[in-house]
Structures are given as structure tokens and as C-alpha cells.
Design a protein around this ligand. Structure first.
Ligand code: PHE
Length: 457
């Protein structure tokens, strides 16, 4: 059935277009903003190793599963799960996994947009020369001022949300594909440049050592959960973003190979970001565990002090905004596609409704950095609670169910036909990973966090 079907929303124009779009979804604030600061908070090398293992053993197999399920179902994740459930003759409750994803998408986008808004504010700061020749202390105060100002943050949050919805309203080829075409190469080149600058700081080796020399005594159950959650977050897994992109994938594209390219590019960008940032942190005596402000407190120092720093600073933050935009559109696409399918309303209208809702939720994050910083849940601010709930719990849980569905519920002949792997051995390896390894890992990490084993923490 899936052979002849096409999505009503359109299709990518080529395999390359899908690679760009899915890489656009994967590479974003997660790689450049989040990966360095959580690596800093969790002690460096050992955390990086656990993260890399999670990408390889859980992330890639689940990414293959999501893409494959999307392409077979050809609809938004909620409806795709319904179609596939019927095809497999399984229990219809599986479509709640699609709902879990849609909710996770809203929650993530609500804070993602605020952080992307910070990046927009930094484009202007870079443009007006606010960093030039400035000390680390001054750069720090620029960030503190932004965090303290709800008005500025709401302004940029609004601009970013409107931009996201404008792209999504234009649909698969018109909006999504065009937005990501020039972005990846540009970002990549700038990161290499930043790494080159990092080499001149005098703390390059110290930075590398922090990132790659493991000290497992730094690792707690919470670190393992964060590393695993980040593997899902950075690869856009567990909530249907990759599934919905898979539903626009032409039939003749090899899913496994394509997925490995995407995951590889995503990982490379994160590692480059870390290699660029940590030497700057150490060279300027900054705190590695300073949290979500880390890139905003470090990179401007580099731009303020390097030759051509004005231009590179502007370019970097512009590209960061675009990287965030190409991820943001995939966070809301499952919900928009579902709205269009079920209510037959125009894409544009669906975007206005969904965007308005997410924007409102985002205010919670804005205020969590200032007026409501004292409002906490289990000791976490609104932003921290949303981040924990989505990245550490909802995405791994969604991924768990997706893996079980692809490995154990879908009929073997269907997944085999859709994946069309060159050898039966490869298929058997994938199937083993999604059926047993990935779900078991998620399960064990959850048990640790619940304190069932009482070992780590
Ligand atoms: N992968 C994106 C990033 O790293 C975030 C994202 C998460 C996008 C989940 C879609 C779905 O920034």
C-alpha cells in the first residue's frame, strides 16, 4: 500500500533535500547551545562518551525506525501510527504515542523559541559592535541584562515564532526545503573558524582534555539520563519530527545510509562546538558549569578579540538563528500536518493557531529567568522543568514506544520491505537494536533515575 501512496502535504524533491531537511532539524540549538553547557555541567569527557554511545546504540536505530514508519504511513505521526497499527492488526492505543510527541513538540518549541530569541538579540549586539575588545566581565553583564529583561526576551521570542510559522505555512517544498539549503555549509565553516581561534587561546589542549579525557567519577544517574535524553533531543527523535519528515521521503531512497549521514553530521557539529567553546572558557577563567548562558558568555569574547571578529560574530549568530529555525519548524510540523489532515483546514490557519498557543507557553520560560525565577517545581525553574520533562522523560519514552512498535509490532515483511537493506544480516542487527537494546537501555536508565537500583546517585 505504501508503495503507491504519497503524502497529501507533498514530497521532498530528492534524497539530498531530505538529508538537508532532516539535518536541519537535527542540527540546532541542541548542538551549539545545549551540548556544550550540559557537557560542562556534567564533568566533560565521560559524559561525552556516554552521549556518543547513546547516539550510536539508541539514536541511529530509532532514527531509522522513525523514518521508516513515516514513509510507510505517509501521514502525520498520530495518523501514521493509526495506519500502521491497522496494517499490523495491533491495538489502536498506539496512536497515543503520536499525541505524546505532539505535546512534547509544543513544550520544546515554547522554550526553544525563547533561546532562539536570545540568539537573535545577539545578532544585533554583534552587529552594533557590542563585543569588540570587551572583557569577559562585560560580556557576562550583557547576557545578564538580557536575561533580566522580559520585554526584550518577549520581543525576540515573538519575532522567532512568527518566522517559524511563516516557514511552516509555506509547506514542504516551498518553505522547509528552501530554508535549509544554504545553512549547513555556512554553519560548518564558521565552526571550523572558531575552532581555529580556540587554538590560539592558549587553553586549547585543556579544552580538548576536558571534552575527551573521561573521568567516570563525575558521572551520576542523572548524568546518564541527561546524556541519553540529549541523544534524543539532538537527533530530533522520540516526538515524530523525523517521522513526519520521513513521510515526505520518496520511495526509492535508502533509509539506513541516509540516517547515518544525518546522525554523523549532527554529532560532528556538536563536537566542533564543544572544541571551540571549552578552550575559550578555560582561557578566560570562566565557569564550565555556568549553564544555559555558556555560549553567550564565551563566544562573544572570541568575536571581540579576533581579527575579523565583527563579521564572524554577525555571521555566526545569524547562522545560529537559521539552525534554530530549521529545527523549530520540525517541532511544530507534526501538529500542523495533523490539523490539516483531520480538520481539512488551511496550513496557514493551522500555523496561526499552533503558533499562538506555543508562543503563550513560551512566556513561562521568559519569566523563569526573571520575575518568576522563584517559581519552582521540585527545585527546578519553569524553563528547567520543561527541559527536564521533555528531553529527559518525554523524548526517551516516545522513543521507547517507537522502537518497540517498529521492532515488535510492525510485521517483519513490512519493515523489511520499507528498509530494503542490502543484506539480511544488517536487517537482523537493526531489528535486534530496536526491539531489545534501545528499549532496554531507556528502561534501565529510567529505573536508575527512579532510584530503583540505588547505585549511582
Ligand atoms: N534537534 C534539535 C536541536 O538539536 C531540537 C529538536 C528536538 C528538534 C526534537 C526537533 C525535535 O536543536
Amino acid at each position: 500500500m505504501a508503495d503507491t501512496n504519497k503524502s497529501i502535504h507533498g514530497e521532498w524533491s530528492s534524497r539530498f533535500a531530505f538529508i538537508l531537511a532532516a539535518t536541519g532539524s537535527a542540527v540546532g540549538l541542541g548542538n551549539i547551545w545545549k551540548f556544550p553547557y550540559i557537557t560542562g555541567e556534567h564533568g566533560g569527557g565521560a559524559f561525552v562518551i556516554i552521549y556518543l554511545l547513546c547516539v550510536a546504540a539508541i539514536g541511529i536505530p530509532i532514527m531509522i525506525a522513525e523514518t521508516m514508519m513515516g514513509r510507510r504511513g505517509r501521514q502525520s505521526p498520530i495518523n501514521t501510527l493509526e495506519v500502521l497499527t491497522k496494517e499490523a492488526g495491533a491495538n489502536t492505543n498506539w496512536h497515543y504515542v503520536g499525541w505524546l510527541g505532539v505535546i512534547a513538540g509544543f513544550l520544546i518549541l515554547s522554550y526553544y523559541s525563547v533561546i532562539a530569541g536570545w540568539s537573535m538579540a545577539y545578532v544585533i549586539k554583534a552587529f552594533t559592535g557590542s563585543f569588540s575588545g570587551e572583557s569577559a566581565a562585560h560580556i557576562n553583564s550583557l547576557f545578564a541584562d538580557l536575561q533580566a529583561s522580559p520585554v526584550q526576551q518577549i520581543f525576540w521570542h515573538t519575532v522567532f515564532m512568527v518566522a517559524t510559522m511563516a516557514v511552516v505555512a509555506h509547506g514542504v517544498q516551498g518553505g522547509l526545503e528552501k530554508a535549509v539549503r544554504f545553512l549547513m555549509p555556512g554553519l560548518f565553516i564558521l565552526l571550523i573558524l572558531l575552532v581555529a581561534y580556540a587554538m590560539t587561546t592558549g587553553a586549547y589542549l585543556q579544552g580538548l582534555e576536558f571534552m575527551f579525557k573521561p573521568d567516570f567519577s563525575e558521572i551520576t544517574g542523572a548524568s546518564v539520563l541527561t546524556a541519553m535524553g540529549h541523544a534524543f533531543f539532538t537527533l530530533s527523535l522520540g516526538m515524530g519530527a523525523i517521522m513526519v519528515y520521513g513521510s515526505y521521503l520518496p520511495k526509492d531512497v535508502s533509509i539506513a545510509k541516509t540516517t547515518i549521514i544525518i546522525a554523523g553530521a549532527d554529532t560532528l557539529v556538536a563536537l566542533l562546538a564543544g572544541i571551540a567553546i571549552f578552550p575559550i572558557v578555560f582561557a578566560n577563567g570562566l565557569e564550565v558549569g555556568s549553564g544555559p548562558g555558556l555560549i553567550f558568555q564565551t563566544l562573544p569574547i572570541a568575536f571581540g578579540n579576533m581579527a575579523g571578529g565583527w563579521l564572524f560574530g554577525v555571521l555566526f549568530f545569524v547562522l545560529l538563528v537559521f539552525a534554530a529555525l530549521s529545527s523549530a519548524i520540525s517541532l511544530i510540523e507534526p501538529a500542523v500536518a495533523w490539523c490539516v489532515e483531520n480538520y481539512n483546514i488551511e496550513r496557514k490557519k493551522a500555523c496561526v493557531i499552533m503558533g499562538g498557543f506555543t508562543w503563550t507557553l513560551g512566556l513561562g520560560t521568559v519569566f523563569s529567568f526573571n520575575n518568576w525565577s522563584g517559581v519552582t517545581f521540585f527545585g527546578a525553574t519553569i524553563f528547567e522543568a520543561l527541559d527536564y520533562l521533555t528531553a529527559n522523560l518525554m523524548l526517551p519514552l516516545g522513543g521507547f514506544f517507537i522502537a518497540v512498535f517498529a521492532g515488535r509490532i510492525m510485521l517483519e515483511k513490512h519493515s523489511k520491505e520499507e528498509l530494503d537493506l542490502s543484506s539480511d544480516d544488517l536487517y537482523a542487527i537493526w531489528k535486534f537494536l530496536v526491539s531489545y537494546v534501545a528499549p532496554a537501555e531507556v528502561f534501565i536508565v529510567f529505573l536508575h533515575v527512579l532510584g530503583v537500583f540505588g547505585i549511582f546517585s
